[in-house]
Design a protein around this ligand. Structure first.
Ligand code: SF4
Length: 445
């Protein structure tokens, strides 16, 4: 039994990733209810309107299949909304019926419903297996299948496959690459799509997103760095198989050590030195950690969310001398368990961690009740535990629906790690000030 799962469904991830392609309209092949839920999950997190279309299954299509719905939808979408690309993903219902997207989309092309220069891509996202993380990965891998092309001319460019992170994180990754003068293609890229300025003018397709030309060119890059084993590795493997672009997969650069690995990898593969300005950013982070070590030291932390975030986050908490004692992710996979074992077995042998459908918020709450923690880190759903147990709560991950600004400030890179450390510190000190004895209230750090 699962109570309050630490995950959401596959198409949410596919829809999010599709928004990182410029001029793309995600299309949910299933009922209106699925599409509304996926759109609203993203809209509530990003506080931006998320556009997507649906095949609008009725009772008839649920029995006989949604082929004609999708063909009609493709015609309507290009006529009314005029995207450059339609990215179709399936849902539980269309997968159960067994709709064959290859055949349906081919028919739409054959019938001349896809205008010249436009494209329909697709991926399978059956939500009775995997999670939003799997859906994201499947969509990013579909970009390779439909776009990446190898020509005889290799270019001195590094592909960066962005795992699930905020638009602010993608902006920060691009800034770092620019500062160290590495030529990159980042995909997907939701910056300037889901963090756009208010201009008073509605843009159905904002200026951001990886372009089709960039995606095609990924086949000619000299190397690929995947950021996140769960969300980026599949795309890296497919690109190597299709276009012979070698790759390495490292963690999303959350925290000091993961950022060190990212900067080292990028600088090595792009063959560029690390400039002083980046070293100085690192130095400021180390200074902050050293100055406040007595507040971080030994604090017990419970965290939950997506494995690609939790693995480097756990490592960062250890760097801060904190104790990550309970960690759960609803996304299944051996890599999480192995990484946690490697990170925690010596430093925090009492730590409990779990992945998969039974690793739920209820389990996490029970562990906290048995032996409390000093801080809780995760998405909005943890607020009930934080409130019940009076624990300082840092919001991080997806979804965050009850606060704003998480898509504006990065958590990646040295600057992001500094933001994150300050967020944790604020919560710890606020809690201390509110709950300590009168004579213990400090007025300076
Ligand atoms: S779990 Fe399946 S039925 Fe439910 S919203 Fe997701 S795709 Fe639709």
């Amino acid at each position: 039994m699962t109570i309050n799962p630490a995950k959401t469904c596959q198409p949410v991830g596919a829809m999010y990733a599709a928004l990182g392609l410029h001029g793309c309209l995600p299309h949910s092949h299933g009922s209106q209810g699925c599409c509304s839920y996926h759109r609203s999950a993203l809209t509530r997190h990003f506080k931006e309107p998320v556009m997507a279309a649906t095949s609008s299954f009725s009772e008839g299509s649920s029995v006989f299949g949604g082929s004609s719905n999708l063909v009609t939808a493709i015609e309507t979408i290009f006529t009314v909304y005029n995207p450059d690309v339609v990215a179709v993903h399936t849902t539980c219902l269309s997968e159960t019926i067994g709709d064959d997207l290859t055949q349906i989309v081919s028919k739409a092309y054959e019938d001349g419903l896809v205008p010249e220069g436009k494209k329909v891509i697709f991926c399978n996202t059956p939500s009775y297996v995997g999670t939003h993380v799997t859906g994201y990965s499947n969509q990013v891998a579909a970009f390779i299948k439909f776009f990446s092309t190898a020509t005889p001319k290799k270019k001195n460019i590094i592909n960066l496959v962005a795992g699930w992170m905020e638009p602010s994180d993608m902006r920060e990754i691009k800034r770092i690459a620019q500062v160290i003068e590495a030529r990159i293609i980042l995909f997907p890229d939701m910056s300037d799509v889901l963090d756009t300025p208010l201009t008073g003018k509605f843009e159905m397709y904002p200026k951001g997103g990886t372009t089709q030309a960039q995606l095609i060119a990924t086949g000619d890059s000299k190397f690929t760095i995947g950021l996140g084993a769960y969300t980026a590795e599949d795309a890296c493997v497919k690109l190597e198989n299709k276009c012979k672009v070698k790759f390495e997969v490292i963690e999303i650069p959350i925290g000091l050590k993961a950022t060190d690995r990212f900067i080292t990898s990028l600088s090595r593969h792009a063959n560029v030195p690390v400039p002083d300005s980046i070293t100085e950013e690192r130095g400021r982070l180390v200074d902050l950690i050293a100055d406040n070590s007595k507040y971080f030291y030994g604090k017990r932390v419970a965290l939950y969310g997506d494995p690609d975030t939790l693995i480097p986050l756990t490592e960062f908490l250890l760097t801060l001398d904190m104790k990550p004692v309970y960690i759960v992710t609803g996304t299944p996979g051996k890599h999480f368990d192995e990484s946690m074992q490697a990170l925690l077995s010596e430093k925090v042998p009492e730590a409990k961690y779990k992945s998969g459908p039974n690793a739920d918020m209820f389990q996490l709450h029970q562990w906290i009740k048995q032996e409390p923690v000093d801080i809780l880190i995760g998405n909005t759903y943890g607020k009930y535990i934080a409130r019940d147990e009076n624990i300082p709560f840092v919001r991080l991950g997806f979804p965050i629906v009850d606060r704003a600004g998480h898509n504006y400030f990065p958590n990646v890179g040295y600057v992001g790690a500094t933001n994150l450390a300050i967020k944790i510190l604020e919560k710890v000190l606020d809690h201390f000030d509110r709950n300590c004895k009168e004579e213990k209230v400090e007025w300076q750090l």
